[in-house]
Write a protein that binds this ligand. Structure first.
Ligand SMILES: C=C(O[C@@H]1C=C(C(=O)O)C=C[C@H]1O)C(=O)O
Length: 390
């Protein structure tokens, strides 16, 4: 081995050593954050303290500058660490308020697809914050996920509800009209679509492409160049991986995540294929029983409602939110099954259902709308980074 390649190996060994130290320190920091959460439970303090975060970030950026580390880099790293810390603390507080006598030992979670599907990755990410063993239960449709939870074969169901490239996932909105399950959590997960094949190949050689329709829709701009390619729809991206796994022709490909592709031993031939550079999916977590959201945790509340078919009925409903200072973060409408041209509105707002202003707004809405059903109140997972002017 030449001196140069020996040097490279040695340097890489040192880098590995430092990375392992960083990991150990991150785990230690997370344990401390959890200890902080327990102190906050005892003192009834909010999880988030943006003043403390700002002071910390300013000090770290200054320290970083002394070490010739760029301020933007330092800020990005620590904002990510803080987000992890806040979400773990929120999970702990939720655990404390909803299961004060200990935690569930097994979390049975129904999700779409099998190992390596986007829902499977989201499921692992979300439940890694909760104590208890995860039993992930693959399903072949959104309806099957809901049925599993309704029939108590699963404790939770995780479903994608919207995506930054393709918008709302209508099938999920429609299923929410007809279930008594409650939304107990949400998760935003980055989605990096890749085109993958069982063997190294090039885009020009692809004749058949396996994909879930949602994934296909999110990559529609990139896929315009494949108009002579046969598209085979699959129930999940993991099903697309399974379908091509044995095909060594180099003419068959699938769309799905890079992490999933690695699990199936597949080759990535193109990546970052979504229409939006920032391609994220928001997932909701459903359970048969509604949860309480601790007062120290920021909450979101979701309901569905239909209004009278009179001029301004929706405006009147929204004015009630304004009057009670309730901030709406999303409004979606879907046709009501069986009633052509009538709409069901889905409303997401910031706030806890137990807040006095929320209660007053919901009471007034009950009186003015034709139908109203609360789908759930759950922790807001959108940890907006604290801004520092550096
Ligand atoms: C750990 C704490 O909780 C939150 C997370 C922080 C962090 O990870 O550094 C800082 C402030 C809080 O928003 C804390 O309050 O100290």
């Amino acid at each position: 081995m030449s001196n140069a390649s020996q040097d490279l190996q040695d340097i890489r060994k040192q880098i590995n050593h430092i990375d392992n130290q960083l990991l150990a320190l991150l785990a230690e920091r997370r344990a401390l954050a959890k200890a902080v959460a327990n102190a906050k439970i005892a003192q009834d303090k909010p999880v988030r303290d943006t003043g403390r975060e700002e002071q910390m970030l300013i000090a770290l950026i200054e320290k970083g500058a002394e070490l010739e580390l760029d301020g933007y880099f330092v800020k990005q790293v620590f904002q990510t660490i803080i987000e992890d810390s806040v979400l773990h603390q929120q999970a702990l507080l939720q655990q404390h308020i909803n299961l004060p006598n200990g935690h569930q030992t097994i979390n049975r979670v129904a999700y779409l697809g099998s190992q390596g599907s986007y829902s499977n990755l989201a499921c692992h990410k979300y439940f890694s914050r909760f104590p208890g063993e995860l039993k992930a239960m693959g399903c072949s449709s959104f309806a099957e996920i809901i049925e599993k939870v309704e029939h108590k074969h699963a404790d939770y169901g995780i479903l994608p509800i919207e995506n930054t490239s393709s918008g709302s996932i209508n099938d999920v909105y429609d299923l929410l009209q007809h279930t008594d399950l409650s939304i107990v959590g949400e998760l935003t997960h980055p989605i990096n679509h890749c085109m993958v094949s069982a063997v190294p190949t090039s885009l020009e050689r692809i004749k058949t492409l396996y994909a879930h329709p949602q994934v296909y829709a999110q990559c529609s701009h990139f896929l315009t160049q494949f108009d002579n390619v046969e598209i085979v729809h699959c129930e999940a991206s993991s099903a697309a991986f399974e379908a091509i796994q044995q095909d060594t022709s180099g003419t068959v490909a699938a769309l799905g995540s890079g992490e999933g592709a690695r699990l199936y031993g597949l080759q990535i031939i193109a990546e970052a294929l979504a229409n939006q550079k920032k391609n994220y999916s928001r997932f909701i977590v459903l359970a048969s029983k509604a949860i309480d959201v601790a007062s120290q945790v920021p909450a979101k509340t979701t309901w569905i409602m239909s209004t009278e078919q009179t001029p301004g009925a929706l405006v009147d409903a929204l004015l009630i939110l304004k009057q009670h200072d309730v901030n709406m973060t999303k409004l979606e409408s879907r046709p009501i099954t069986g009633n052509p041209w009538e709409e069901m509105f889905y409303v997401d707002v910031e706030g806890n259902i137990r807040d006095a202003n929320m209660q007053r707004a919901l009471d007034e809405l009950q009186q003015t709308t034709r139908y109203l059903k609360v789908l759930g109140c759950y922790p807001n997972e959108d940890v907006q980074p604290t801004k520092v002017l550096k």
